[in-house]
Design a protein around this ligand. Structure first.
Ligand SMILES: [Zn+2]
Ligand SMILES: [Zn+2]
Length: 350
């Protein structure tokens, strides 16, 4: 098994981000990323720049819709038009074109201290046929965390990690609900990086530089073979892993998620996230954390069924269900912090 970190949902100067692809990939390389997915608003202008740049695989998608119902679409070669009033149409068009679609920051709350409280949630429910959900979006989550100006400034200047408490509870519930009803939705974590420039008197200040934000919330793909050095093969591997849910989210500001593993063993067969296996005797689930001081959790159909402090958890399931893993980072002082969220392994009846 091989894990590769990537940053999803990045804005470049082709929409409202500040950097070009060269700057973005230099910063991605320095953050140790294997791939980036750039998804500018309502444009695929960057598509001809797909390839390996500065040692990083660059994929170009698009963020469709503007004032609400933002939808991230990947693996498209032509632009799908926005339709904010009927986002199911957008989802269906992306699917029809063979693309891969994710509902972006569905429960964004906004902050009255940032952009005058403007927020861009997903307002249209229920929808079907989408492939994934952006469970944890750094920029969006940051906005919604500030009950007062004092706290906003405190978090920003002194304790940015504390601003990220956990993915929104509503997003976790929604994800579990779709999965428990047979829809198999891939959860991703993203940055929504813009590296926006703000004027402060005579100075221009960049809030959350690409270099900074590429070490916050990342999505790791998990492959059975190494990521190819040939771009076209690597692109297929990355899209394939996201399409089937063979990936996990890590809040890398706490600690890099590189050595996280979650899989099932059925005899000599190894079952990865996003895959299914029929219930059988001696079927075992394994969670392995990247560091010893961790709290490991196994959930079945969204409910905790096993919890343990340490580095490894082994569990023999007794029934079919949707099984996913969570890992909490245990600091020397203070409470465990939400850190890693796996996609599920689906155990079917015998
Ligand atoms: Zn958005
Ligand atoms: Zn965005």
């Amino acid at each position: 098994m091989f894990n590769y970190p990537g940053n999803i949902h990045i804005h470049s100067c082709y929409s409202d981000g500040s950097g070009n692809f060269d700057q973005i990939t230099i910063d991605a390389k320095s953050a140790g990323l294997s791939f980036v997915i750039i998804s500018d608003h309502e444009t695929l202008t960057g598509l001809p720049e797909e390839g390996v740049q500065n040692g990083v695989n660059v994929l170009v998608g698009v963020e469709i819709n503007r004032s609400q119902n933002h939808y991230l679409a990947l693996d498209l070669d032509q632009l799908i038009k926005s339709d904010e009033q009927n986002p199911q149409q957008v989802i269906d068009r992306v699917k029809k074109e063979g693309g891969l679609g994710f509902i972006a920051h569905p429960f964004e709350k906004g902050s009255r201290y940032i952009e005058k409280g403007k927020a861009y949630p997903w307002k249209y429910w229920p929808v079907f046929n989408f492939d994934g959900l952006e469970l944890w979006n750094y920029t969006s989550h940051w906005r919604g965390r500030h009950p007062s100006l004092f706290k906003t400034l405190y978090y920003f200047f002194f304790n940015r990690k504390a601003a990220m408490d956990s993915p929104p509870r509503e997003a976790l519930q929604l994800w579990d609900c779709y999965n428990n009803n047979g829809h198999r939705i891939t959860a991703i974590g993203s940055s929504d990086a813009h590296a926006s420039l703000y004027k402060l008197g005579l100075f221009k200040v960049t809030v959350f530089t690409y270099r900074y934000i590429f070490k916050t919330i990342n999505t790791y793909i998990v492959l059975k073979e190494e990521l190819s050095e040939n771009y076209h093969t690597a692109r297929k591997q990355i899209i394939g892993a996201l399409r089937c849910g063979c990936c996990f989210i890590s809040f890398d500001s706490l600690y890099a998620g590189n050595n996280f593993y979650y899989y099932a063993k059925a005899g000599s067969n190894t079952v990865l996230m996003g895959e299914q296996v029929n219930f059988q005797e001696k079927l075992a689930l394994f969670i392995k954390a990247p560091k010893t001081r961790s709290m490991l959790r196994l959930l079945r159909n969204g409910k905790i069924i096993s919890e343990k402090e340490g580095k490894e958890l082994k569990f023999y399931p007794e029934q079919a269900g949707v099984y996913r893993a969570e890992v909490y980072f245990c600091p020397r002082l203070g409470r465990p912090r939400p850190w890693i969220y796996s996609n599920p392994i689906y155990i079917l009846p015998a």
